[in-house]
Write a protein that binds this ligand. Sequence first.
Ligand code: AMP
Length: 494
Amino acid sequence: MNLPLITHAQAHSEKIAIATKVEAFTYQDLLHTSSQIATVLLNNTEDLQEQRVAFLIPPGFEYVATQWGIWRAGGIAVPLCISHPQPELEYVITNSAALIIIAHPNFETLLRPIAQAQNLRFILTSETLPDDVSRLPEIELTRRALILYTSGTTGKPKGVVTTHHNIQSQVISLVTAWEWTASDRILHILPLHHIHGIINVLTCALWAGAECHMISKFDAETVWNRICEGDLTLFMAVPTIYVKLIAAWEAATPERQQRMSAGCAKMRLMVSGSAALPVQVLEKWQNISGHFLLERYGMTEIGMALSNPLHGERKAGYVGKPLPQVEVRLVDESGELVAPGIPGEIQVKGPGVFLEYWQNPQATAKAFQDGWFCTGDLAVVENDNYRILGRLSVDIIKTGGYKVSALEIEEVLRTHPDIQECAVVGVSDLEWGERVCAALVLQGSQLLTLESFRSWAKERLAIYKVPTRILTVAELPRNAMGKVTKPAVVELFC
Ligand code: AMP
């Protein structure tokens, strides 16, 4: 049996699946190229049997064909992030125990040494694909399909493993709730190593037989130019992107503003998620575009859980109700259900919930309570609508839609020769949601400029994890037990 995603694609074979500024590829192209890539990966074997294949490819047709090729060969796709420095890439490759790396030639110098050092198969996307395609294995839906790395409250990022069935359930839930059809055309501007870009935009579009238009890199003017063409039906982004688009609209001439707004008016739905949408941003966007943004709540481990309605009243500051096939409950510290109006932790159950943290059974077991996944997010139900209140842990920071761990950043900063102690916190910010800020105790009388600190950190951490503000302090605020008091650290930056 083919994966249902593949069967769906066969039904739309002549339609455009992926388009970029210069090229367009049909579903037939995607089916053919992905079967060629699967053939290369199989290398005369019958089935990759869940081998991990890490791949680093810029947004576009090659990325999608590779992801599908891995799935069709029976492998687990491990997407790498194009903006990650070498240590972060190496961590994901090593932790996932990838056996094969596929790279766009732009990333050859970064990745080939890792492949050589670890004796991994290394494939460049520029290699010629075979004309003859192998017989591809049958893939059970219960098989592992994808590992996405996400930060948690302890140590390094964990690999979130989803099966084909999990992914399919996440996709069907969204396709149903937001009424995706083959007539949809979405502009894809989100990172392709994160659930928002991979599932909500790319896979939903391809499941529905819609067109997914990709740009190589986010840039507000490029996005607006594309919107101005007036042929898009859907758009999804994180609040930070809406803030950037608002700024670009405000800076435009009145004539251009009119074209920008007219392009938005042609769409049927605009969605915000991955971080809290400030009501001010929602209101400004409504004035510009005529769209009352649909805000939803989700997480790498569970897919999307809560959403405002496609039809009917959307409430600013709320994330709506459970999506189809998703069960949501709120519990107190002792695991008891809370009454409406009382805050509790969001717990989620359903077929979209992930299988496991990769090779980390303790963390997987700890993340569930009686079969419910514990999100670590706090919410309250008011008039049947969920409102997100924040997170249980101060050490999880959401910046520009990315989830980052303060502890992971601190661990890296402590390896700086001039830093004796540090505390990393998220400080509220309209554009970024939260800004990553670091209070530093330096060795002796050292001086550290923000510029030199950031360029050091960028070589070791993903750009969105690098603190944008630093403050040198004589000592960190601590409680009677000697533990750093993070709220007091936040105060230092306010
Ligand atoms: P990620 O796994 O990177 O998608 O991050 C998931 C986390 O993002 C959740 O656990 C929440 O803390 C946060 N999040 C996602 N959507 C929203 C939202 N609409 N409002 C507030 N926080 C959100």
